[in-house]
Design a protein around this ligand. Structure first.
Ligand code: ATP
Ligand code: ZN
Length: 284
């Protein structure tokens, strides 16, 4: 028995989906026929689909699980379970207006025409703000709508904002922060659930490793206590004596978020020869 995973067949999520599987130790035999591929070392079968279709396939159990953007999952409103955020495909769904407009707040949108490929999410947002606007659904090239007089505003995915800028638009309101997530069918056998747990364990180990760095440094022994106090570590730091009398080597794990701050404090406390090394997997 194999777990059936749906991923985007080409586009922004494809590379990162394959990379994540690889980092989880799962190799895909990528045949010429890219509709379906087998993993060679995990009971997994990968289906390559349009991202928009993935929630439906997972709801219908054609696929057991899928990697797909939150934006698509919330727009399609299919009956699937959200299992885990995957840390890639980050973007936001935002409302944008012409650069010269005085936006103020969401009331600006009352009575306006808004072009989008996300009528459901946008509709829910406007309703929650008690704003009535005219939602105009279009399937692509949403950002040109204001320029050709089709709409007053748009609601579209943004990452850097350069596409908006090039089309004479400015971001006015973010309505959803999105990234790729793992979704699953609601009624899976225990056997399939166990396979998902195995996969999930690997995904979480990869994610944790990405958020952490391994750090090695040299410290004069009289400063050891102070330096150890700055390091969180998985349990506590490893301390080894150096060949040079009066010095020790200290090893620990640091979280990316407070990384630079702690490095500065370590230097100030007398740490030398600080090395920072990426972690490949982190099992805790
Ligand atoms: P498909 O042919 O599979 O329907 P698509 O054109 O709908 O492809 P892509 O543009 O490849 O989709 O985007 C896939 C997903 O990547 C989006 O749904 C979103 O979750 C994510 N994404 C990340 N950054 C961006 C961005 N700047 N613009 C659009 N999507 C982004
Ligand atoms: Zn799509």
């Amino acid at each position: 028995m194999k777990l059936k995973l749906a991923i985007q067949k080409s586009g922004r999520l494809y590379e990162d989906s394959i990379r994540l599987l690889k980092e989880c130790g799962i190799d895909i035999s990528n045949g010429v026929n890219k509709l379906k591929a087998d993993a060679t070392n995990f009971p997994l079968e990968v289906y390559f689909l349009r991202d928009d279709d993935i929630p439906q396939y997972v709801e219908d159990a054609v696929a057991d699980i899928g990697f797909v953007g939150e934006n698509v999952v919330y727009e399609k409103k299919k009956k699937v379970d959200v299992v885990e955020k995957l840390g890639f495909g980050k973007c936001r769904l935002s409302i944008a207006v012409r650069k010269g407009e005085e936006y103020g707040d969401v009331q600006y949108l009352a009575g306006k025409k808004i072009a989008t490929s996300y009528p459901v999410i946008l509709g829910d947002f406007l309703k929650s703000k008690h704003v009535e606007a005219d939602i105009h659904e279009i399937s692509g090239s949403v950002e040109i709508a204001p320029g050709i007089g089709l709409a007053d505003a748009i609601c579209d995915l943004v990452s850097s904002g350069s596409t908006l800028f090039m089309n004479g638009l400015k971001e006015a309101e973010t309505i959803l922060q999105s990234q790729a997530i793992l979704i699953k069918n609601k009624e899976l056998s225990d056997e399939k659930k166990q396979l998902i747990d195995r996969l999930l364990f690997r995904i979480q180990s990869v994610k944790k490793a990405k958020n952490n760095k391994y750090i090695l440094l040299n410290a004069p022994n009289e400063k050891l206590n102070e330096i150890i106090g700055l390091l969180p570590g998985m349990k506590s730091p490893t301390v080894l004596p150096l060949a040079e009398e009066g010095w020790s080597s200290v090893h620990s794990v640091l979280n990316e978020n407070d990384f630079w701050e702690i490095i500065e404090q370590l230097k100030a406390a007398g740490a030398q020869g600080i090395l920072v090394v990426p972690i490949e997997k982190m099992i805790v």
